[in-house]
Ligand binder design. Structure first.
Ligand SMILES: NC(=O)c1ccc[n+]([C@@H]2O[C@H](COP(=O)([O-])OP(=O)(O)OC[C@H]3O[C@@H](n4cnc5c(N)ncnc54)[C@H](O)[C@@H]3O)[C@@H](O)[C@H]2O)c1
Length: 252
């Protein structure tokens, strides 16, 4: 049997991140029997404990680290500790993200900076912290969670769209930098997915959105997690630098 893969997932306690942690830790993901997963969260200790208990399995290690993904120092310390406890790192999923929506006329400098730091700088932080280990072992799978908004834009989300377009550019540059070391770097661009992030939408906004989706409904966190699991599996070994939209046909 192949050894367990070791994965780090940022923003793991809720929504899409939570589904990704469960997918990677689940039976026979990634062509191995189980993956060990360290997830990063910045709030809700009870949610982290609950998730660890929910997927408790004697064959896998599920570790929780409380850290702010916007800090490079914290990212480096967390990755170091995760590597010591898991014995290495094979997979990084950059999922942590926030929204601070407003039309640009009303958007504050803080709204802009907070979103860039949480959504884009965090991707730099964790990628920088893991790649020296992945380069040394000549293996790595990195998946960044972007958004369709980073591809097509959205009024009221200039900060968010800029951060996610930045994630896409970062993904392609890293894919080119790291391909010869057998490290693949891809992005998944979700459309509208039912999570806390989209729960604030009014019925009217929801109706407007679903009218834009050819499949006529929002997606589920598991729809994203399955594609992330595939990109970390041996079946995807020759895929790098791609942005895979999982959006019910919105951006076709
Ligand atoms: N829900 C959607 O429709 C949708 C669509 C496109 C892209 N996305 C992206 O998917 C990812 C997950 O979104 P979600 O809908 O599950 O959102 P969510 O708000 O439910 O979860 C986001 C997670 O990121 C964590 N996080 C945020 N800032 C952090 C920080 N500084 N340090 C550590 N953790 C931090 C939160 O604690 C939370 O666990 C985000 O990057 C988001 O932009 C979501």
């Amino acid at each position: 049997m192949l050894p367990n893969k070791r994965a780090i997932v940022t923003g793991g306690t809720r929504g899409i991140g939570r589904a990704i942690v469960k997918e990677l830790a689940s039976k026979s993901c990634c062509g191995v029997l189980f993956s060990d997963v360290a997830f990063i969260y910045n709030s809700c200790d009870e949610c982290a404990e609950e998730l660890q208990q929910e997927i408790h399995n004697p064959a896998t290690k599920i570790l929780a680290f409380k850290a702010d993904a916007t800090s490079l120092d914290q990212a480096e310390a967390t990755v170091q500790e995760a590597i010591e406890k898991l014995g290495g790192v094979d997979i990084l999923i950059n999922n942590a993200g926030i929204t601070r929506d407003n039309l640009l006329l009303r958007m504050t400098e803080k709204d802009f900076d907070d979103v860039i730091n949480a959504n884009l700088k965090s991707v730099f932080n964790y990628t920088k912290a893991v790649i020296k280990h992945m380069i040394k072992q000549r293996y790595g799978r990195i998946v960044n969670i972007a958004s369709v908004v980073g591809i097509i834009g959205n009024p009221g989300q200039a900060n968010y769209a800029a951060s996610k377009a930045g994630v896409i550019g970062f993904t392609k540059s890293m894919a080119r930098e790291l391909a010869s070391r057998n490290i693949t770097v891809n992005a998944v661009a979700p459309g509208y997915i039912e999570t806390d992030m989209t729960s604030k939408l009014s019925d009217e906004q929801r109706k407007k959105l679903t009218d834009m989706i050819p499949m006529g409904r929002m997606g589920k966190p598991e729809d994203i997690a399955k594609v992330v699991g595939f990109l970390c599996s041996p079946e995807a070994d020759y895929i790098t630098g791609q942005v895979i939209a999982v959006d019910g046909g919105m951006t076709m």
